[in-house]
Write a protein that binds this ligand. Sequence first.
Ligand SMILES: Cc1cc2nc3c(=O)[nH]c(=O)nc-3n(C[C@H](O)[C@H](O)[C@H](O)COP(=O)(O)O)c2cc1C
Length: 321
Amino acid sequence: MQFYYAPLEGVVGHIYRNAHKANFKHIDKYFAPFIVSDQKKGFSTKDLDDILFENNNTLLLVPQILSNNAQDFMHTAQKINQMGYREINFNLGCPSKKVVSRNRGSGFLAHKEALNLFLEDIYSSQITQNMEISIKTRLGKTHPDEFYGLIEIFNQYPVKELIIHPRIQTDIYRNKPNLKIFKEALSLSRNPICYNGDIFTVSDYRDFTNAFPEVEIMMLGRGLLTNPDLVNLIKTNSKMDKNVLSAFHDDIYAGYQRSLVVDRKVLSKMKEIWYYLIQSFTAKAPYLMAIRKAMSFEAYESVIEKLFDEQEIVMHSGYSQ
Ligand SMILES: Cc1cc2nc3c(=O)[nH]c(=O)nc-3n(C[C@H](O)[C@H](O)[C@H](O)COP(=O)(O)O)c2cc1C
């Protein structure tokens, strides 16, 4: 099995990715959160910083574009190619209202004709001579059966990998991944498939691979946020080392302190991370509350020190909302 780190906007940027790569093993590829393609505006400083080659030279990164305009997409893809990247991912999965109302992300899935024309333009363009284009998709916007029409469209193009998160837009992250349609996708797709969705524990992984032994690529998101060592646990059945987790935390914290001038912003980024990471510890609630209340570096560091001193790592953490 190959393991990919999912794009996680707002949580996993280059600082987090490099810290992850330095402390944990077994991720074959990292995907960057989406960049909205816009010819007029160009890259924002934040977007550019995140995908700069020199900010990602320890790992294999695939930048992602969110778009419904082929000219915009190709313009942005070309700039990303000039930075040195050879693969780009196209986002057809984002379920957020703001994105969907502009017919982007999973909102674009409801416009099959326009989507087909868009894909025809980009896959026949010059850019595909220098770059491979993969797609990350949901099953549809309002009904999972939309996928039957969508797969006919995807099958017309040389998609590097079709990454399927088998939910529809209206699910957001509710309900369970639709494995019945995913199974059909495996036999209907002419392109290689990567599975993504709700693999939070070793037992989730085993259940999935028992049901789908033919799947060779898997993308993990929230499972890695709660247990950054999840792939090692899957591969070697060994518990995450508390010292390694502590080093990972310190790398991220130091990285944010270097790159963000306002203390409050550093703390708010760290609080976001702990929303997931706390699941790796035996006792959670009182520490999470104390982390959320911390308004200075001093207060924050004292809670973290206490947490690492007093609590143990749990073997199988999982993710729960
Ligand atoms: C906070 C957050 C941010 C996300 N940002 C992106 C993104 O930028 N691009 C994208 O394609 N998916 C994004 N996703 C979706 C994830 O990549 C992934 O598909 C989703 O979490 C399901 O996988 P999981 O069950 O392994 O977490 C995001 C999800 C979350 C929770």
